[in-house]
Design a protein around this ligand. Structure first.
Ligand code: DGL
Length: 278
């Protein structure tokens, strides 16, 4: 049985889910947070459903073995490919997943044109198709899989010329066709939000509204924990632990740069049987 002192487990293919982690930390300073970045396998967006399910299952096992009281799938791609599978495999565990914010975008657009930025695997999923069928009936949705953007963000290129060129090629056609609302359908993309805003200012005549679901996912996680009586009650500040299947030094440097925080990271290794614990 989970208890309130245990950490909130959060995972992503890489650093994208840090955009959710940052909101959790801000909203719930007393919670212990355990973040897993599968940097040995990033990007997930070009992988098969079977691969994404296998990685997500291995990571969930690891987070549970480390005492996670809930698992936040802070990755649209892993949620699209593996959330149902995870819920079936671990029926006793509570998962919070995410999906591109098509519904809020459809509700808030004035032009009736919405741009969705996600990954190829997210767009290819039945979960996304169902989202579109339910909420996008009255709006025109323009999609772009932003191929190459996640590796640039992982490489720290959040404000370089290469990233600006890639983003401009994605955004220009959307804005030209009248998109007034852009959905960040991958947790890596909030880290290039300033660049997206800058391009939108330069390319679009009116105000462009950007939707990042990370704050809502953090709030939803805390709501679920509250319903289950699992919110941390301690008054001291919670600890953040970072784990990567890549290089610990690199993740520490990325977190220092993106979140302006010094947090120690641990590296773990994938083996055939799953993750080898430190
Ligand atoms: N951050 C992820 C998402 O939200 C996955 C990106 C990737 O690994 O391709 O979709």
């Amino acid at each position: 049985m989970a208890n309130s002192t245990q950490p909130i487990g959060v995972f992503d293919s890489g650093i994208g889910g840090l955009s959710v982690l940052a909101h959790l930390r801000e909203l719930a300073p007393q919670e212990h947070l355990l973040y897993f970045a599968d940097q040995a396998h990033v990007p997930y967006g070009l992988r098969t459903v079977a691969e994404i399910r296998a990685f997500s299952t291995g990571i969930t096992r690891y987070l549970l073995a480390q005492g996670a009281k809930i698992v936040v799938v802070a990755c649209n791609t892993a949620s699209a490919a593996a959330l149902g599978h995870l819920r079936e495999t671990f029926p006793e565990v509570t998962f919070v997943g995410m999906e591109p914010a098509v519904k809020p975008a459809a509700m808030s657009t004035s032009s009736g044109v919405v741009g969705v930025l996600a990954t190829p695997a997210t767009f290819a999923s039945p979960r996304y198709a169902s989202l579109m069928a339910r909420f996008a009936g009255d709006v025109r949705v323009l999609e772009d899989p932003c191929v190459g953007l996640v590796p640039l963000i992982e490489a720290g290129e959040v404000d370089t010329n290469d990233t600006a060129v890639l983003l401009r090629a994605v955004l220009q056609p959307m804005l030209f066709q009248g998109a007034d609302t852009l959905v960040l359908g991958c947790t890596h993309y909030p880290f290039v939000r300033p660049l997206i805003e800058q391009i939108a200012r330069e390319e679009a005549p009116g105000v462009v509204h950007i939707i990042d679901p990370a704050p809502a996912v953090a709030r939803q996680t805390l709501r679920v924990l509250e319903q289950q009586g699992l919110l941390a009650k301690q008054v001291q500040e919670g600890k953040t632990r970072l784990v990567t299947s890549g290089e610990a030094d690199r993740l520490e440097a990325q977190v220092a740069r993106l979140l302006d925080q010094q947090v120690e990271a641990t590296a773990v290794v994938w083996e055939d049987s799953g993750l080898r614990y430190p």
